[in-house]
Write a protein that binds this ligand. Structure first.
Ligand code: BGC
Length: 498
């Protein structure tokens, strides 16, 4: 071999080594970065961990806070609001009643026909429309005028539009925010939640605002009941099944209400009702306990929300927030690695990943996780997501949803414990183990997270079984009531309009 040839061979060998070194170096670097992604995931899993022992602590804390909230005004972060609903509809109601439902993603108008007999399917009509976003932060007049106009259009469709009945109509208003009720048909707004912040509303009588707007539109409609969505759900649940003792909403927001003995509502001594009971709106979205598994993502989400230090339980559980927790985790992963090659600026936009899309990624059963890739592209404009990154995204959704569902289950058992329906005799004492045979106990539930997200409901049931034990859990039935909050409110309007 001549000198030139040797020189060439050496140069080629050196170049090949250099290329190999660069490739290996890149691989090592990329592996190191990938390890960071895995570490972020591991940290998330640890932070969100909800072993049954921890869930039981949450159960106890919920029951204790319920007591504290019933004992004195401001005694707990749980407001335990009186609803003045002391009798739930029983099937004897007659006539046509209306309901308006404000507070979720959709605004709803309903009409329910009651024939005085309990029937398994209630004849009703419903119209849903997304609530125009600008109205969530508009003035109260604009918001209530929109609501009144929607009702007017709905009623106009009953005939050909020209023969709107002149009889006074009775209506129930499902208003899914914390309200301090003065009576079953009046109450003042305590605060807004779920991204609403209509000016000049806090402290005002919500039913009066609606009544005025109805008058402005020339409608002869009487607001007979002002009802939280949980209470409407309980009313319909109880109408269909008298063993229903509580109702839960897990949708855009989350909350619970239940039937309480009047003598247990210590903060309102002297309060009497014919039934000896009253529905209490817990406003459990604001529940807090040091036992809740809180991560840095929750802390950041809370700090950047319009209502910091508020609705802590809701921010870990409900549909308004789950997608955003996932977005925060993915953003951190992409900042610490080259998981998606470039950091998409879209990943930095709060609430851009809505929970239904997160659920769709979580439940993607395709072998190549096609849906995950599609949604990441559509929402975050991330073009080509490698398979291992897709898998990590699914895992993140799983961790966040599992924690939410398990905490909701612990909340439910907390209520059961408070009313002595958890099979242990309850913490109110008095009733010994021997005479606390577990009775059939129904909890009505509404909201997209439970009804449309099957992994969420699976995790919730799994946790109920773990906390209660299978023997007791058999007696606890979770029943979905579709449109229950609206139909139940119409039922309450029927019960209370006279
Ligand atoms: C509200 C509750 C409501 C729940 C479910 C929460 O944000 O504070 O009043 O019941 O959402 O809609």
């Amino acid at each position: 071999m001549g000198r030139v040839a040797v020189g060439l061979a050496v140069t080629v060998a050196v170049a090949a080594c250099a290329v190999a070194a660069v490739v290996v170096g890149r691989r090592v670097k990329s592996r190191r970065k990938w390890r960071k992604v895995v570490n972020v995931l591991r940290e998330l899993e640890e932070g969100c961990d909800t072993p049954v022992g921890r869930l039981k602590q949450v159960v106890d804390a919920m029951a204790v806070e319920m007591h504290a909230g019933l004992a004195s005004e401001g005694g707990s972060k749980l407001k335990m609001l009186l609803t003045f609903v002391d009798n739930l509809p029983n099937g004897t109601e007659r006539g046509t009643y209306y309901a308006l439902h404000l507070g979720g993603t959709n605004f709803r108008v309903l009409r329910v026909h009651l024939n005085g007999q309990r029937s398994s399917v209630l004849e009703h009509d419903v119209e849903r429309q997304p609530i125009p976003e600008h109205l969530m932060t508009s003035t109260s007049e604009e918001l209530f005028d929109f609501i009144a106009s929607s009702l007017k259009e709905f009623i106009a469709k009953e005939g050909d539009g020209s023969n709107i009945s002149t009889n006074r109509r009775e209506l129930g208003f499902t208003f899914s925010f914390p309200v301090k009720q003065m009576s079953v048909s009046s109450g003042i707004l305590i605060k807004w939640t779920k991204g609403f912040s209509v000016v000049n509303m806090v402290g005002r009588d919500v039913a009066a605002c609606l009544q005025e707007a109805l008058a402005r539109k020339g409608l002869d409609v009487h607001v007979a009941a002002l009802v939280n969505d949980t209470v409407g759900t309980l009313a319909l649940g109880h109408y269909h099944d008298p063993d229903t003792v509580a109702a839960i909403i897990i949708g855009t927001g989350t909350n619970a209400c239940y039937l309480e003995r009047i003598d247990a509502i210590i903060k309102c001594q002297g309060l009497l009702t014919a039934s000896g009971r009253m529905v209490v709106n817990m406003e459990w979205g604001n529940f807090w306990s040091s036992h809740l598994p809180r991560t840095s993502y929750d802390i950041d989400l809370d700090a950047e929300s319009p209502n910091p230090n508020d609705q802590g339980f809701e921010k870990m559980i409900s549909g308004m927030y789950l997608g955003d927790i996932v977005r925060r985790v993915i953003l951190r992963m992409s900042m610490e690695s080259d998981m998606f090659e470039l950091i998409s600026p879209k990943l930095k936009i709060p609430f851009i990943l809505r929970t239904p899309l997160m659920a769709a990624m979580h439940e993607d059963n395709s072998p190549d996780l096609r849906e995950v890739a599609r949604i990441l592209k559509e929402v975050f404009e991330i073009p080509e997501v490698p398979m291992k990154a897709r898998k990590i995204v699914v895992k993140v959704c799983d961790v966040v949803t599992r924690r939410a569902a398990r905490l909701a289950a612990a909340g439910i058992v907390g209520i059961l414990k408070k009313i002595g329906r958890d099979g242990s005799g309850g913490i109110t004492g008095g009733r010994g183990r021997s005479n606390t045979k577990m009775r059939r106990t129904v909890v009505a539930i509404e909201g997209g997270l439970y009804s449309s997200y099957s992994l969420f409901s699976e995790y919730l049931h799994e946790a109920l079984n773990e906390i209660l034990g299978e023997e007791i859990a058999k007696h606890v039935i979770i029943k979905v009531t579709e449109d229950g909050s609206g139909i139940g409110t119409a039922l309450l309007a029927a019960s209370y309009s006279s």
